[in-house]
Write a protein that binds this ligand. Structure first.
Ligand code: HEC
Length: 433
């Protein structure tokens, strides 16, 4: 088997006993017995001096996180104030569509629209599961139990594919193409559209690690680490101070393998990647936001460029200033970033929304809008004068009518829905200065 080089980076030093990535580039880890939060830029915050044993972590919304621990499920509505939800026996968390999946010795449960239900095959589904799979283009959840491996999908968690097994699978994960990779009885299986292929590797694989947003799969054995890209295998060198196979803990959204051991928290990356820190998918921007771009091997990076909805934006010192002004409210916007290292390229796409501020003021919102779009005519040369705040108050209804009908600004381009909504918010708030 060919060897492959990987880049290795130490994210925290100490004795790391658990590590789990949360959406984006942040992660939780237990280092020297305390639970720490490491943000995408490497800043560490201690969450608890004596951590619980961490099994899994998941971001639920902008503000809230869920942790599966040996003390039960913990929710961090604010990261530093835990409250126990008291669902015992949960070791694995996964998010797919509108549902939160909770797996472990207690069976597979689904939390959807405020209701908790148990999912059962012929045998209880107490084994590992993986979200992010697809079959015929439709999303499926791969779940396992004593003697079966099931692809569950809509409608109503119908069984779309099924594999009877003699032993329960040890581990499974979905790769970036939607295929499932399973460690089962000393073999590695890959399932694509109901067709299975099996391989026997030099060492018995016990952990399968991948992220549905990233390319490739890491396969961990007691004394070896493999990289699987489609149907190609290569061998990677295990960094010193990592106990295998449990030390290979999880794969983050950029496709990096997070590892733990005496050497601390280690991130290993086979292919180049770029990432976005400071905004996460689905977030709504209410004002300008400085976003940091991460790129692997910065010394070798040839270029880093970005677009919003296809239009180039400027990247200065690995940062981008996102400005929601001029972007429509109520539809998703694409932030795309590309990195190039000469031969290799990587890109990442993130969708965000635009939120209206709760209040708008004359000085911060309306006057600048007037200066940019109305002043050249309404500053004195037309019959209607709109120079002062009081002029706007007097004319507010005609103004809203004109801009909504796109008759103003005369000769176009029309104001965006966000700009029009801002004028309305200013009016509704009593025209604050
Ligand atoms: C290219 C020149 C131009 C620009 C730019 C422009 N306007 Fe006008 N606008 C006019 C002209 C010309 C009229 C008709 C004469 C008048 O009422 O002053 C007019 C009329 C109006 C009227 C009165 C309509 C009525 O019948 O009561 C309003 C209100 C108005 N504009 C608002 C705006 C606002 C708000 C902007 C900026 C978002 C804007 N205009 C930008 C040229 C312009």
């Amino acid at each position: 088997m060919p060897e492959r080089d990987a880049r290795v980076q130490t994210l925290a030093t100490g004795d790391a006993t658990a590590v789990f990535p949360v959406e984006g580039h942040a992660l939780f880890a237990t280092v020297d017995e305390s639970l720490v939060w490491i943000d995408g830029l490497g800043t560490q915050t201690q969450v608890r001096a004596v951590g619980p044993d961490l099994y899994s972590a998941l971001r639920l919304s902008d503000q809230s996180l869920l942790l599966a621990t040996d003390e039960g499920l913990l929710s961090w509505t604010e990261i530093l104030s835990p409250s126990t939800l008291g669902l015992d026996g949960v070791q694995q968390l996964g998010w797919q569509g509108q549902s939160l999946y909770l797996g472990g010795p207690g069976g597979l449960r689904r939390w959807k629209f405020g209701e908790l239900e148990e999912l059962q095959g012929e045998e209880a589904l107490t084994g590992p599961f993986a979200t992010g799979g697809t079959l015929g283009g439709a999303p499926v959840l791969w779940a396992s139990g004593e003697g079966e491996l099931l692809a569950l999908g809509e409608p109503n968690w119908k069984v779309w594919d099924q594999l009877q097994t003699d032993t329960p699978p040890e581990a499974l994960a979905v790769d970036g193409s939607g295929a499932v990779v399973v460690a089962l009885d000393g073999l590695v299986l890959r399932g694509v559209e109901g067709k299975w292929k099996a391989w026997k590797l030099p060492s018995r694989v016990e952990r399968v690690l991948a992220h549905p947003d990233a390319n490739g799969v890491y396969l961990a054995a007691v004394d070896a680490l493999y990289w699987m890209d489609g149907e190609e295998f290569s061998a990677l060198t295990v960094p010193e101070g990592v106990f295998m196979p449990e030390g290979a803990a999880a794969v983050d959204q950029r496709g990096g393998l997070l590892m733990r051991g005496h050497a601390g928290v280690i991130r290993m990356e086979v292919e180049h990647s770029v990432g976005i820190v400071g905004i996460h998918g689905g977030e709504e921007l209410a004002g300008t936001r400085l976003v940091t771009l991460l790129a692997s091997e910065p010394e070798a990076l040839k270029s880093l460029s970005g677009t919003v909805d296809g239009a180039a934006i400027s990247v200065v010192d690995n940062t981008v200033l996102l400005d929601p002004a001029g972007l429509t409210v109520g539809q998703p916007h694409d932030l795309q970033v590309k990195g190039s290292w000469g031969e290799e390229e990587a890109e990442v796409l993130l969708q965000f929304g635009v939120a209206l501020p709760d209040t708008a003021t004359w000085s911060e919102h309306i006057r600048p809008l007037y200066q940019d779009h109305c002043e050249k005519c309404h500053g004195g040369s037309t019959e209607t004068i709109l120079r002062e705040r009081q002029d706007w108050i007097d004319e507010i209804d005609p103004i809203l009518d004109e801009v909504r009908a796109a008759r103003m600004p005369l000769g176009g381009p029309a104001l965006t829905a966000t700009q029009i909504a801002l004028i309305q918010v200013w009016k509704d708030g009593g025209f604050p200065e």
